[in-house]
Ligand binder design. Structure first.
Ligand code: FEO
Ligand code: CA
Ligand code: CA
Ligand code: CA
Length: 617
């Protein structure tokens, strides 16, 4: 259903096409090669021995580390880390302590760190010394969450699993020795799958969002599969609902081919047994509950009594993260990826300036235009507006109104001819140039055809894209390039072999312009052994890239934020030991506790330099 074009070119044809385009534009083969392989400068242009300089200022100041298979977090010399907030840690020091045998109740779990830490953000309170940390909890490993795992599933187990999803808001501070710790805080809260949330924007109240428990379609219990995130310029936190299909049971037979449910990933099984104790997850009983997830949710960390808001104007998909910048008129512009094989990259442009909306008590995210990206073969691109009534989006096309365009965003984007991508995950914006970078993590299902923006068949290791809107985030056209192709030499990577990585996922420009790249999934092998997931840093202007961190076995590295001074970097280690091995997730990792009876735990760590300098600098 997702063939790109009937006769897509081969990779070599494609390289030739792009090279000749660039040759024509730039007037030389050397420049053309650089542009094809990616950046303003090609990754690998400088060695790891020298030191990159950016406008005379050193940008990458640490030696690259080697790959690792150790059950440890490995950092460059001169750096240290501290485990700040592992799964089960109370959100305030006086809260219930974590029980190593996982005997904490659902009620205790609801005031402790959830599982599978993902996107997060640091909101300063006292400069770089203290702040609020919002942390997403994307999923759970049920075998570790309960003392006896999934055996004898019960309402209490559903409740504990639901309490381990969502978001933590904690207050963190540095003690006199510079060590980070949690504070007793009036801001501390957990948002879980039972926290009331409000549906706002064009789809609020739509019949497709109404359920037996909520006949008005405006109030949902909870937020789900909170993947990555993004701060807003008005100091709120966006948490993005991703792989929601796993939580809903459709019935013994899967949805029909071509149905809306199939397009949104519903199968015949639900890996989460919540539906066995809660009717709202059983689609045979409550078919609309599913439509109330898959949104970007706004949380005000500074108001612990505030209700999270599901912003329907940003569309419904498997949201990865949401990056908000200001457009030329002061409006909110939000970039977003839909992380599924052959799905799309989006942006939202607000209808009015942020300040005007806030002054009038309106959300800058409730009114505006959602666009989906189309990447042309010649390196140009277009943002296609997902507006009801336009070509392909009329009532005759199956969209009764704008709310349906937003609830069924993927179908609307299909109708407009958006470019199917190799699983768009995080995006980030270069602070000085406004260039938008986003990861395409991998796509081994691309077996039939490539396009210029997804140039590899069976794309096992992924790539990173770059969009240039010439300083106008509200533009309807753009130029684009492949910034890098990840992987090893054999896969055609454009990364130096000694810095090889695969499956780029987390992506973040720090304030100085360092691009942090986090991985989740297949890594290139060393001596036949697959290496642990990792985090690298790139100086995108120089094309330099260096490995900064390697995590424990079978974890993913995700979530990244820093104090304003850049001297403390918070990173999440998700599912060490891997959630994907049901029988014994402990077999490959016992990080971070290393206790004989303990369990590996997802955790927020904080990284500092022994000399107190800027992390990465
Ligand atoms: Fe939650 Fe696509 O990662
Ligand atoms: Ca994950
Ligand atoms: Ca991710
Ligand atoms: Ca991923």
């Amino acid at each position: 259903m997702h063939a790109d074009t009937p006769d897509s070119p081969s990779i070599s044809e494609l390289a030739e096409r792009r090279l000749s385009r660039r040759t024509a534009l730039a007037g030389g083969l050397a420049t053309a090669t650089v542009a094809f392989f990616g950046a303003s400068a090609p990754v690998g242009a400088s060695t790891t021995k020298d030191v990159s300089r950016n406008g005379g200022r050193r940008l990458l100041g640490f030696p690259a580390i080697t790959p690792s298979v150790a059950d440890e977090v490995v950092l460059p010399p001169g750096y240290r880390y501290h485990v700040l907030f592992p799964w089960g840690h109370p959100t305030v020091p006086s809260g219930p302590k974590f029980a190593e045998n996982a005997s904490n109740s659902a009620a205790e779990q609801a005031v402790q760190a959830g599982d599978h830490h993902d996107g997060m953000w640091f909101f300063p309170l006292k400069g770089s010394r203290s702040g609020l940390l919002c942390v997403n909890h994307e999923a759970t490993t049920e075998q570790l969450l309960h003392t006896d795992g999934r055996a004898g599933w019960s309402p209490e187990k559903t409740a504990k699993s639901m309490a381990a999803h969502g978001v933590s808001v904690i207050e963190v501070e540095q003690d006199r020795k510079g060590r980070w710790q949690l504070a007793e805080s009036r801001f501390a809260r957990r948002i879980t799958m039972t926290t009331p949330a409000e549906i706002t924007g064009p789809a609020a109240g739509h019949p497709l969002l109404r359920t037996g428990a909520d006949p008005e379609g405006v109030r949902v219990l909870g937020t789900l599969n909170n993947c990555a995130s993004g701060p807003t310029p008005w100091d709120t936190y966006l948490t993005c609902e991703e792989t929601i299909n796993k939580y809903f049971y459709f019935g013994e037979q899967p949805p029909e081919a071509g149905s809306v449910e199939e397009r949104y990933g519903i199968g015949s099984e639900s890996p989460y047994p919540w539906y066995t104790t809660e009717d709202r997850f059983d689609m045979r009983v409550e078919p609309n509950e599913y439509n109330r997830f898959g949104w970007v949710v706004e949380v005000d960390p500074f108001d612990p009594a505030s209700t999270p808001k599901k912003r329907t104007a940003l569309g419904r998909m498997e949201h990865e993260n949401a990056v908000v910048v200001r457009g030329r008129r002061g409006e909110a512009v939000v970039y977003m990826g839909d992380d599924t094989q052959f799905d799309y990259f989006y942006k939202f442009v607000g209808a009015e300036p942020i300040n005007k909306a806030l002054r009038r008590g309106r959300s800058p995210l409730d009114t505006g235009t959602l666009y989906v990206a189309r990447f042309e073969e010649d390196g140009s691109g277009r943002w296609l507006p997902l507006v009801h009534g336009g070509p392909g989006l009329t009532e005759a096309d199956g969209f009764a109104d704008q709310a349906e365009v937003l609830i069924h965003t993927r179908l609307a984007a299909d109708a407009l001819g958006a470019t199917p991508m190799d699983r768009p995950e995080w995006c980030t914006v270069q602070p000085r140039t406004g260039a938008v970078f986003f990861t395409c993590t991998n796509n081994t299902a691309r077996t039939e055809s490539v396009n210029a923006a997804n140039p590899r068949l069976e794309n096992r290791f992924g790539h990173i894209m770059k969009i240039d809107e010439c300083g106008n985030p509200s533009a309807e056209t753009f130029d684009w390039d492949v910034f890098l192709l990840a992987g090893d030499e054999a896969s055609g990577a454009t990364v130096p072999p000694d810095q090889a990585f695969g499956s780029p996922d987390g992506l973040w420009f720090d304030k100085d312009g360092r691009l942090w790249i986090q991985t989740d999934g297949a890594q290139p092998k060393v001596d036949g052994a697959e290496q642990n997931n990792q985090m690298l840093v790139s100086d995108t202007r120089r094309g330099d890239i260096r490995r900064f961190l390697v995590g424990p076995p079978r974890c993913e590295i995700t979530g990244i934020t820093a104090t304003p001074d850049g001297r403390s970097l918070f990173v999440n280690i998700q599912h060490p030991g891997d959630s994907g091995t049901p029988d014994n997730p402990r077999a490959s990792s016992n990080w971070p506790d290393y206790s004989a009876t303990g369990r590996p735990r997802s955790a927020t760590i904080v990284i500092t330099r022994e000399d107190g300098g800027v992390v990465g600098g």
